[in-house]
Design a protein around this ligand. Sequence first.
Ligand code: NAD
Length: 264
Amino acid sequence: MLLTGLHGFITGAGTGIGRAIALEMVREGADLAITDLDLASARKVAGEAQALRTDARVWAGQLDVRDAVNVTARVAEAANYLGSLELAVNNAGVSSMKRVVDLDEADWDFNMDINAKGIFLCCQAEVRYFLRQGQPGTMRSIVNTASMAGKKAAALLAHYSASKFAVIGFTQALALETAADGIRVNAVCPGYVRTSMQEREVIWEANLRGMTPDEVRQDYLRAIPLGRLEEPEDVARVVVFLLSDRAAYMTGQAINVTGGSIMF
Ligand SMILES: NC(=O)c1ccc[n+]([C@@H]2O[C@H](COP(=O)([O-])OP(=O)(O)OC[C@H]3O[C@@H](n4cnc5c(N)ncnc54)[C@H](O)[C@@H]3O)[C@@H](O)[C@H]2O)c1
């Protein structure tokens, strides 16, 4: 197991990619604080994780990544409950779809506040904790969920894309600042992942482009060289690798998990 003896904190883990990462982390030996805006879903995933490994320490908490006070308190509570923290996955994210000419400030702020500012607030609280509590020489590792849209913009997603480009830039800068303290910071860039976010996007895109949802899904498939939509577990396995010592010489990277949809 890749994460035995390590303690983690994850955001947006009540469903989708975050849920899959949480379960994979616990399966690979980590104790874990599982957070989400929706406490009931975080608790449900904590129950699933506990069933996977009965000796794991698993905690569930409510967290809105836009709220600095909430973020700092949750990181401290999680560390208290688990005994320490060495791993963090900042995964919470949202999307919406509109042409720029129709975009209002509320759409922009919603995407930027959760996707970009949320990553800043969570990373800041986690790194502050690592610097205060960490033993020199201990492995500490953060993974931020960016997106393929953080490297290659897509029409109808300008605001989302801008927020995910921000995640990658922020990840690189933080990696530079924390490398000397032995804290690695990387990002993962998923492609077309089958989650509730994708279901919402397929409907929006179908309406905006005058297509059926099935035609939109066929478009996605044509853009994926490996020829199938991505599963949350495809992302989770790469995140666990990045968190683990197997990736000890990697920091500041934004790793594509897209079935080959982008190659840079
Ligand atoms: N699904 C995809 O195709 C895809 C592709 C690339 C990147 N991503 C990214 O992966 C991450 C997870 O996406 P998903 O597809 O699993 O989405 P999802 O909508 O299925 O799940 C997102 C989770 O984040 C939580 N959340 C929303 N707002 C929050 C907030 N303010 N604070 C804390 N938690 C909050 C939700 O409650 C939900 O549990 C996001 O960052 C997303 O941008 C998704």
